[in-house]
Design a protein around this ligand. Structure first.
Ligand SMILES: [Zn+2]
Length: 317
């Protein structure tokens, strides 16, 4: 299946920084090795235009980001050192989500191998998130005249405060966030539905909460379009997350979300969001399983085949 990536646009980080810059390239290679995407189906995302970003973000914030004039406090909240490369990469991450979202309209479901930068709000950029890719992509779809009623399903372990702020007054967009109750951010902006999950929660209780939350949200919004933030950080070995899902539990989460959204008639754009395992290969495993679940729903792959193919190409569609 077609996927979007921006892994070649790296930016300088201090030694031992927690941002997992390696995961993006490893994942792009992995989806090809697993036969989820042919090499020609891995597309380099183009940068989102500043005018597209301005549909969501405050002009002053965008100017400070563009010119490298973030205040010391803003840069500290962002958690990443400003550089021209950081801005270029951020714009490409958003561009990948815009491209995947438009692709999803034609193919029911699509995946950006990046994005999910949900801590970026209208007038703030924090928690490793420069721009809110999902909000910018939804604005682009609506300018195209599509995606009237929309649902954001945010399963990153951290609450989606930026997304909640941007859509707070938008009654065509329902924001749902399931997250660790004791995880960042500690000052929150309420989503339409926030589900606080207790530290140490494992697969069964998490999946029950997810099912109930989706019942509620789907009943409220009846979405034509949905974004799914498939964070890898609810995993039991994550350094930042406080939940205890297994890899199998995360795969079950992905399948349940995708099936419920597709059954409800929504086109679905999937983005990665966070993942901070000690060994980045664990994070890549989790995201690759998400990619496989997406591919199975595009009919590009036969269910169960992923992991057993070695020729690098999916079966014919
Ligand atoms: Zn996260």
């Amino acid at each position: 299946m077609d996927v979007w990536t921006h892994h070649r646009w790296r930016f300088p980080l201090p030694p031992h920084h927690r941002f997992p810059i390696e995961k993006y390239e490893l994942l792009a290679n992995r989806v090809v090795a697993d036969g989820i995407a042919a090499p020609g189906e891995v597309h380099e995302a183009v940068p989102a235009e500043w005018t597209e970003l301005a549909a969501v973000h405050d002009y002053g914030l965008l100017s400070r980001i563009r010119e490298g004039c973030l205040t010391a406090r803003e840069e500290q909240g962002l958690g990443l050192p400003w550089s021209p490369a950081l801005v270029e990469r951020g714009r490409r991450s958003v561009g990948g989500t815009i491209a995947a979202a438009r692709h999803a309209l034609e193919h029911d479901v699509a995946l950006n191998l990046g994005g999910g930068t949900h801590h970026a709000g209208h007038d703030f950029a924090r928690g490793y998130c420069l721009f809110n890719d999902v909000a910018v992509a939804l604005a682009a779809l609506r300018r195209d005249g599509t995606a009237g009623r929309a649902l954001v399903v945010d399963c990153d372990v951290h609450q989606g405060d930026g997304t909640a702020q941007i859509f707070a007054e938008d009654d065509r967009t329902f924001t749902l966030s399931l997250h660790g109750a004791r995880n960042y951010p500690f000052s929150r902006v309420p989503s339409d539905l926030d589900v606080d999950i207790a530290s140490g929660t494992g697969d069964a209780r998490y999946l029950r909460a997810l099912r109930e939350a989706l019942d509620f949200a789907l009943d409220r919004v009846r979405p034509e379009f949905a974004f799914y933030l498939a964070g890898a950080d609810p995993w039991e070995g994550d350094r930042l997350g406080r939940l205890a899902l297994s890899k199998a539990g995360l795969r079950a989460r992905d399948e349940h979300v995708l099936d419920r959204l597709l059954e409800a008639g929504a086109a679905v754009c999937v983005v990665l969001a966070g993942g901070y395992a000690d060994d980045v290969r664990d994070t890549v495993d989790i995201h690759a399983a998400t990619a496989a679940a997406v591919a199975e729903r595009t009919h590009a792959l036969t269910p169960g085949l992923v992991g057993f193919q070695t020729d690098g190409f999916p079966p014919e569609r």
